[in-house]
Design a protein around this ligand. Structure first.
Ligand code: EPZ
Length: 418
């Protein structure tokens, strides 16, 4: 395994090409199981989560071919995953449930465990699938769903991104009309619905809390370019803020990042959309702020850890409340090892900004926490060693090259026990 040695860095300057969205490409890859014809996905990011899902799709009998940075998937010979371990490796694997059930009439997956950011139940997925007519059976740590799907009205108890995506995919081949109420409205769901409609599905209302799906008999081949990664983009906006630099983000979504951009502007950053991309400047000292995470279009929970790192060296008191994942504060104990002044209680962190942080050996606990530690290390005196780097490789494509290209003093080193 490897770790980062990050030294205090000058203001970051330069251009960053934002990659295709991890959280768009993963459900779209699962959507490819809904047809027996070729599905070509362009500009697929080199991420371990993508590699993990490719292995799972292959174990479902799907052929997986890389053509440059495109993936060509063909699920003509679809079956249930042969190795349940492949499903357990990544939470997003639950998204094969809807496609497998609607094409095969039966699907079995292991029940996902919790993770560093909290319990990750799938009760809303299962509630929706049973509303569509599936029989649900729990045994040996897994769940088996079976039955022919027919359209239904589904009310989600909370706007779950994954449940909305899973049920959207299952409903495309169900007989009759399905209406999903209290659906999540994330841009990744709009992209998934547009991808499915390009395959011949009949979905309307994606991006609103009511989605209506007319079931069709079959879906067909498609070539698709998923949207850019708004969370990667937000992470680099924070990198400009924490180092007082100036970054131009190419292929950067602007409207989909509104809650984050408005918050950073309220702290004193200058962020504008230009014909070449989104330009982020941070010339003046920033002011603290408060954030409460909400379902889209509210402030995204996936940007909470990165903002906490920014608040750690921003003068004033900032308050972070995560209503989506109240336990998503493991990065705070590591930031405190670097000298941050943070008190965490009951899903809320109160951060009092300090002059400087000091480099220390820290441990990444999940994907966004690892990004937060890199951001804080750029602003910490001395060297910070960030261990369990595999977390950051799950969701940030070519992160080393991108950081080095803008002047970050980052070095990837093998662990001593290697
Ligand atoms: C997606 O996870 C994202 N992952 C997460 O990004 C993101 O944090 C999350 O949405 C919220 O925006 C992908 O898209 C691959 P949810 P998901 O279902 O679908 C509760 C990252 O860093 N819930 O919207 O798992 C759940 O416990 C990752 O890129 C139930 O109670 O999130 C949570 O409190 C991390 N029952 C809330 O809903 C369910 O059946 C939101 O979860 C489902 C969810």
């Amino acid at each position: 395994m490897a770790h980062y040695a990050v030294r205090e860095s000058p203001p970051l300057r330069g251009e960053i090409p934002i990659s295709t969205s991890k959280n768009a490409v993963l459900p779209i890859m699962c959507g490819a199981l809904l047809t027996g014809e070729d599905v070509r996905i362009e500009r697929v990011p080199e991420l371990t989560d993508v590699k993990t899902l490719c292995a799972l799709l292959a174990s479902c009998g799907c052929s997986v071919k890389k053509e440059g940075d495109a993936l060509v998937l063909n699920a003509g010979a679809l079956q249930n995953p042969q190795d349940e371990e492949d499903v357990r490796k990544m939470r997003a694997s639950v998204l094969v449930l809807g496609p497998l059930l609607s094409r095969l009439g039966e699907a079995r997956i292991p029940l996902p465990g919790g993770c560093a950011i909290g319990q990750r139940p799938i009760d809303q997925h299962l509630k929706g699938m049973s509303a569509l007519g599936a029989k649900v059976k729990f045994d040996h740590g897994g769940v088996t769903l079976s039955g022919r799907l027919r359209g239904a009205v589904i009310y989600l108890d909370m706007p779950s991104v994954g449940a909305t995506e899973n049920l959207l995919m299952a409903a495309t081949l169900a007989s009759g009309t399905t209406r999903i109420e209290n659906a999540a409205k994330e841009p990744e769901i709009v992209d998934l619905a547009a991808f499915l409609n390009a395959m011949g599905a009949r979905i309307c209302g994606a991006g609103t809390s009511t989605i209506v799906i007319e079931g069709v008999r079959a879906l067909h081949a498609v070539s698709w370019q998923p949207i850019s990664d708004r969370i990667e983009a937000g992470t680099f906006l924070v990198a400009a803020g924490i180092t007082g630099g100036e970054l131009l983000l190419r292929h950067c979504p602007f409207a989909e990042l509104e809650a984050v951009i408005l918050k950073l502007q309220s702290m004193g950053m200058d962020i504008t959309a230009t014909p070449d991309g989104v330009l982020a400047k941070c010339g003046c000292p920033l002011r603290g702020a408060d954030i409460t995470t909400q379902p889209y279009p509210g402030f995204p929970t996936d940007m909470q850890a990165q903002m906490t790192a920014l608040f750690a060296t921003t003068p004033g008191i900032s308050v972070v409340k995560d209503t989506i994942f109240p336990q998503r504060f493991m990065h705070c104990s590591e930031l405190k090892r670097m000298g941050a002044d943070i008190k965490v209680d009951n899903g809320t962190a109160v951060i009092s900004g300090v002059e400087t942080l000091s480099g220390a050996p820290v441990m990444a606990s999940d994907l966004r926490a690892s990004a937060a530690l890199v951001l804080a290390a750029l602003k910490a005196e001395g060297t910070t060693e960030i261990h369990r780097l595999y977390h950051i490789d799950r969701g940030y494509e070519m992160i080393d090259e991108k950081l080095l290209a803008i002047g970050a003093a980052v070095e990837r080193l093998p662990d001593d026990d290697n």
